[in-house]
Ligand binder design. Sequence first.
Ligand code: AMP
Ligand code: ZN
Length: 475
Amino acid sequence: MIKEIPIRFFNTETRKKEIFKTLVPNEVKIYTCGPTVYDFAHIGNFRTYVFEDILRRTLKYFGYTVQQVMNITDIDDKTIRGSMASNQTIFEHTQPYKNAFFIDLKTLGIEQAEYYPQATDYIPQMIDFIKKLLDRGVAYRSSDKSIYFSISKMPNYGRLSHLKLSELKVGAGDARVAFDEYEKDHAADFVLWKFYDEEKDGQVYWESPFGRGRPGWHLECSTMATEILGETLDIHVGAVDNIFPHHENEIAQSEAMSGKTFVHTWLHSEHLLVNHKKMSKSLGNFYTLRDLQKQGYHGSEIRYMLMQTHYRTQMNFTFDGLNGARTSLHRLIDFMHRMQEHAGEGETTSDCRQNLRKAEHHFNQALADDLNISLALASLFDLTREINIAYDRGVLTPADANAVVELFKMFNLVLNIFDFKTDEGPSTELIILMKKRKQARKEKNFKEADRLRDEIYANGYEIEDTPNGSRLKKM
Ligand code: AMP
Ligand code: ZN
């Protein structure tokens, strides 16, 4: 479905909300920086991936075809360190974390991207990329035998992060950085091909025309992005810590190589914090998804918590917040079940039709406005309130309830918080049992009514008697 409303995104590069345009009409090419698979991802990482999922689903909801790449960083300082410490090959070390990552994506209801390239599958292409940069005179071999990108050759360097080269501190010692992790406010020539160092790299190396070694992290993303999606992307995404130097360096290499604009729209999500500090492995203040699942939280509850704050607002993780998200989500799910039970054939009322139109309009407007998910969710709660009032007054027709369910199914294309397959509400059999129970009670056959209640109970539902009649509620 093509929605008539233009989408606006806040572009990190221009620092403005812009009307979103694609290179090819109705087709979006997105590159999303993926996990470094040296350990389990934490829920801070997943805040970014859930945001990217909302982005992807919204674009599809608005009628775009999406081509999304999420890379797997399986070679960098951290994966090498991990493999050496555990006495494993780099592949043995990273495989379990890759597997876990894909399981976690499923748990969180994140839709599969079209491509998940891993860096180790693109080494020949990375070598070609470096050759071209050397030919263009923007890369050089240094005295440590590694190949570096010369940022002074790019007058535009700093344009994404709004840093001026002349104002940046230059990397400690000399102006070169051979590591994948380094201080964020230091501008420096960055490594494209890191020359082999037996002590640090162990058995991890590839042969190349520049000698034995391995690629730098920034180059990995530029190569996989351009190889799969082409020289110009519509959208590139990451969290704010990726802006500098990672994304700045991606721009420098990619544009030096192609002479074209690398990315039209840059989107960056804010961090998930703990006690107002970034959740990170290095601070040790993190929870993995598995930690929360062990405490009984369901994937959809964690998804709901991670998505409910606008992506450009920092979010502080607390268990109170997670419990609040759980309560809000279950309020919506209970409402859905009530509507599913009441749903049927017949006429809709004009009041209900008007409420549905209003909710849909607000939902679409909110998403089109730089993915304002908090407002989009508010439109669901407003609708829930209005419909509950009509239901309690007995003026909501079964056809109205059906129309509400249909609208929620559409919202769910973006939100993916209701499981219409396994969480479809009570089955027809259960609804028939409840009707039989009602009949038994009417006939004062309480023994039979109790037996039916027990049967319903055994199927995971309890009966709630309301002024409007009885309804089934999931236990
Ligand atoms: P990494 O595996 O460290 O490369 O990180 C994967 C992604 O998660 C990157 O896009 C990071 O910017 C993002 N990220 C890391 N920590 C956080 C956090 N606390 N909140 C949100 N996103 C994060
Ligand atoms: Zn990247």
